[in-house]
Design a protein around this ligand. Sequence first.
Ligand code: NAP
Length: 548
Amino acid sequence: MEKRVGGGEEKMAKQIRPEEEAAQTQLQRFFAEIPRSIPVVLFSEPGKNDSFSEGARQIIRAIREITDKVSLQEYPLTHELAKEWRVTRSPTLILAPEACKIRWLGAPVGHEVQTFMEALRIIGRQEPGLGKEAAKVLAKLDSPRAIKVFVSPSCPYCPQAAVNGIRAAVARPDLVSLEIVDIQANPDLADQYAAQSVPQTFANEKQIGLGAQPEELFIASLAALEPTRVFIPDSDAEEITCDLVIVGGGPAGLTAGIYASRSGLQAVVVEKGVLGGQVATTPMVENYPGFTQVGGKTLVDIMVTHALEYVKIFSGEEVQAIAPGEGFTVTTSRRRYKARAVLLATGAGNKRLGVPGEERLAGRGVSYCSTCDGPLFKGKKVLMVGGGDSAVTEALHLHNIGAKVTMVHRRESLRAQERLLVTLRQSGIPVLFNSEVAEILGGTRVEAVRLKNNQTGEESTLPVEGVFVAVGYAPAVELGRSLGAELTPEGYLKKDERHRTTVPGIYSAGDVEGGFKQIVTAAGHGAEAALAIFEDLMNPYWTVQKKR
Ligand code: NAP
């Protein structure tokens, strides 16, 4: 019996040895291709996460048995160097401190061994290995980014998220720092960031990625400091010639882009701010056909992804002037476009209340975007001003994320859709009717509002920490006006049934035209305008007009 076991062990030993040898050779080759040595510094404190500290030590010792390209220095957390480098957690590994700012809070074990080896390869070769488009976006970064990637040794998706961070930190050591946080060794930190699933990526304390992101989306999210689900390649061209420039990347502009390109026109969409316009900041959309409930940003991402199949999108580019001539020259903050026609799908901006304190406290408790700023007001008292669909949708969103919401409306009833009103009643959110905000009060932050009852003239003060304003939108007609386009008495761009403004070759679509201001109507009008433009460019009505 003993012999048989022994014989078996001998056989097994013979089987394992070649595999081990192969692995060793592979590792030797791996390190032979790394030209530089990589110093690793380990800080630890006995009694604090000892098993993780020992895990970190063991993996580096095992590597050092194969190569001398990795060195290890170890210090207690009480050491001067820990203070100087602001290291407070045990264990913390610092990789190549002279070359980059990468820290590992925990031990590279389990799936994280793969990340650690990749980190050594990237740092040792000083080759971030980013794709061309991602590298271009990262090269343009002009302010610091402190990344935290929360990982767990048992998570097979985590290495991708961590390696994205490593590539960025090695490519831009001047601006990008990285902490890879093992949630098992640092549950308190995971709690603090509410990182209840891994991988999760934060930059400058803002969540920029949930789950493993493709490299380009990670870099785009890192640059934008928000989760980005669509990557739009950049262009260095100084001048672009096309048939149609669509100004505005909301539902109207994006749909127009799809329709124009499918008609055979060379079209581009230029957007100065956030793609999707107001939809991007709408918490939840419930009336876009095909979606019972969809987050505004998600719907935008779907639209942008679809539009990118057909049309080039230039975002973060503001149209500064449109000059008629041979067609139109559209000058933006980045380049020029020569086009035969221009579609203004510029949408509308948030209307202000125009009360004392509003401007001074904007960004200090006064907000026009509950989706963006709402999470900061969890558990806090906030006021939602307005009586339309936006105000009710946003009040419900704030209520759902745990803010203590009161609504205030200047009339005796709300004008929002019945379906929203039913949900509002069910939520129990109190509504102050016939009341107006007379002033927003506070020193460096919003502390209260002064309210006036417009029936009784009675004034009161309501303590709140946030004031969310959703009192409608003002159409963005400036570009149209600068071209001499006429406006309607309500201040929208005047257009005919083919979306032609009063300036030949200039068209309009979406909220800038007034009307029902729904996502679906904006999209519909974008499609109509694009089809009309296609027909007009085939047979320009302005030359026909001239001949007459
Ligand atoms: P809106 O329908 O124009 O409503 C604006 C609200 O703000 C009105 O109740 C208005 O009061 C009030 N208001 C305006 N100026 C004010 C001031 N200075 N002080 C206090 N209150 C003021 O705007 P919206 O709610 O942003 O909606 C815009 C468009 O988007 C609408 O067509 C809407 O249907 C659409 N939308 C649809 C959805 C959806 O379908 N789920 C969601 C959001 C928006 P008065 O009533 O006294 O005029």
